[in-house]
Design a protein around this ligand. Structure first.
Ligand code: GLC
Ligand code: CA
Length: 570
């Protein structure tokens, strides 16, 4: 449709691997990116206005290859769009279908692919499918959702809990049965055992693929299929909150991660394969190891294209932890599969605060963030960025009266929810951070007058310019995009991490100091390399200096990260 092929030719060169392996994806939370019509909420027209910031083809822009938009469909917004009431339309708060088509066209023109967030575990309770399904027990769509009789009068069918609190079963007076919701009661789960429902979902995918969308981020893929027998979950501590939330006091053997799910991902792969060059990336469990994450890739060719590995995203700033998490994923990735890496998203606290010590000085925080970015953008695998990460945006501090996230409202102050990572993008030193002309839906962060795109752009020492340099480097160096990964174990303190990326005769060395104290490092020169050249550092250093033909003797400043290039033999 719409003669997209012309646009695409600018993006993919024949010689390159698929864009979703070699490119960099940038997640936009549309409510918070840019508000073009002055209602305090970000929108599609706002994203279009800012596409040049993301990639205008020059070194001045960020230079990313794809954007992933959190949900933009009609929704009553109980979970800010993750409760969809129409899978094939645009919520008026974000714009309309015409604006969406323009967004696709304008993005493709700049070589930016567009990935949509798809929530297929559940819909909104206001979706016509659910309204129909709940109208009577005889409804032809009754079985599109999960309806059960109680165990006995007033008792839910089993002990499964909602990830967002309380029982996962909601009594429906009208038809005298319970329906199932893994999240809010306004988010009833779809019944993936029903073949008609599956067909309808695949048609939704085709609807957007026909419009030129390049792929999907699939919400909570591990929730799709539930145990057919509805067996009770055994008790046992799991999860991230160590049992603070009741949900984490059960082992989720039967309500999630069912082996039967893989058949679905195979079917979805067949659907995306009907179109050239499309991809799917899945959200997987936060608390499980890398092998669970990669299980959604099948043999690497027959299920999802990519799957997030969140233990990496949750890792603290420790050399040991980073090394272990990186090993975890590389060890289990199927031979034909491809890794991806992420430090931030709309559900977790911002990495700049997570990696820092409490009350740490700003300079140090930023130094850690730059070093972490170096790792993210030099590993083997597709990097995912989250809006504002490139500015070093921090967690917002949101007064209780302005909380919007249903989770924050429910669990405050034990857990303050996800609003802190969703505050408005900081564009300029103006009122409302240049995000909007009116008070935004969430308050802007206190540091916006200094920390914003306008003030950081062009300042060579800023985190924004550092992200741009890293992204450019990844674009220039094939070894970073597709080369092999290997640890480089020279002699160094156990505060440092070093690895090489090699592609044919090309090779790069990355060295990162995790400590605040300067460290000396000596790395033996690989036999194939004639010498070393410094390409990039988080700290001011003369770039391009040749370090000679010997082993690399380096002295790294606190939290310094370096990228060196191996020179070919003369
Ligand atoms: C995913 C989304 C999250 C949402 C939940 C329910 O975890 O990332 O934002 O609340 O699913 O859809
Ligand atoms: Ca708006």
């Amino acid at each position: 449709m719409q003669g997209k092929d012309e646009d695409r030719s600018r993006v993919g060169e024949a010689e390159e691997g698929p864009w979703w392996k070699e490119g960099i994806v940038y997640q936009i939370y549309p409510r918070s990116f840019y508000d073009a019509n002055g209602d305090g909420i970000g929108d599609l027209a706002g994203i279009i206005e800012k596409l040049d910031y993301l990639n205008d083809g020059t070194a001045g822009s960020l230079g990313i290859d794809a954007i992933w938009l959190s949900p933009i469909y009609p929704s009553p917004m109980y979970d800010f769009g993750y409760d969809i009431s129409d899978y094939c339309a645009i919520d008026p708060v974000f714009g309309d279908m015409k604006t969406f088509d323009t967004l696709i066209e304008q993005a493709h023109k700049r070589g930016i692919r567009v990935i949509l967030d798809m929530v297929f575990n559940h819909s909104s309770h206001l979706h016509p499918w659910f309204i129909e399904s709940s109208s009577s027990r005889q409804s032809p769509k009754r079985d599109w959702y999960i309806w059960r009789d109680g165990r006995s009068e007033g008792r839910p069918p089993n002990n499964w809990l909602s990830a967002f609190g309380g029982s996962a079963w909601e009594w429906h007076e009208g038809t005298g049965q319970f329906y199932y919701h893994s999240f809010l009661k306004e988010q009833p789960d779809l019944n993936w055992w029903n073949p008609d429902l599956r067909g309808a979902v695949y048609d939704v995918m085709r609807f957007w693929l026909d419009r030129g969308v390049d792929g999907f981020r699939l919400d909570v893929v591990h929730f799709y299929v539930k145990d057919r027998l509805f067996r009770d979950n055994p008790r046992g501590m799991t999860g991230l909150t160590k049992g603070i939330l009741p949900y984490d006091r059960y082992r989720h053997l039967y309500d999630r991660d069912r082996p039967e799910g893989h058949e679905i991902f195979k079917e979805m792969r067949t659907v995306t394969n009907e179109y050239p060059d499309r991809m799917m990336v899945g959200e997987t469990p936060y608390e499980h190891g890398a092998s669970t994450a990669v299980s959604y890739l099948g043999d690497g060719t027959d299920e999802l294209h990519l799957a997030f590995y969140f233990k990496f995203l949750l890792a603290r700033w420790r050399r040991r932890t980073y090394r272990a998490r990186i090993d975890d994923l590389y060890r289990v990735i199927p031979e034909k599969g491809w890794p991806c890496w992420v430090l931030n998203n709309h559900d977790v606290p911002r990495s700049i605060d997570r990696l820092a010590r409490p009350f740490e000085a700003e300079g140090r925080r930023e130094a850690r963030a730059k070093a972490a970015a170096t790792i993210l953008l030099t590993l083997k695998g597709t990097p995912f960025l989250y809006y504002g990460e490139e500015l070093g945006m921090r967690n917002g501090s949101i007064p209780r009266s302005r909380l919007r996230d249903p989770l924050g409202k429910r669990y405050w102050p034990v857990y303050k929810g996800r609003d802190p990572a969703r505050t408005p993008m900081q564009w300029g030193p103006r009122e409302h951070a240049g995000f909007s002309t009116v008070e935004p839906w969430l308050p802007v962060n206190a540091d916006y007058r200094r920390r914003n795109v306008e003030c950081l752009a062009g300042d060579e020492t800023s985190i924004l310019e550092y992200y741009k340099m890293l992204i450019r480097l990844r674009r220039e160096e094939r070894a970073l995009r597709r080369g092999d990964f290997e640890w480089a174990d020279g002699s160094m303190s156990d505060c440092c991490l070093a690895y090489t990326r090699t592609y044919g005769s090309e090779g790069l060395l990355v060295v990162v100091n995790f400590s605040a104290v300067p460290q000396a490092v000596r790395i033996p020169r690989p036999a194939a390399w004639g010498g070393w050249r410094l390409l990039l550092s988080t700290h001011p250093r003369p770039r391009g200096i040749v370090l000679g033909a010997e082993d690399a003797h380096l002295r790294l400043e606190g939290f310094e990260a370096l990228v060196l290039k191996g020179e070919g033999r003369p």
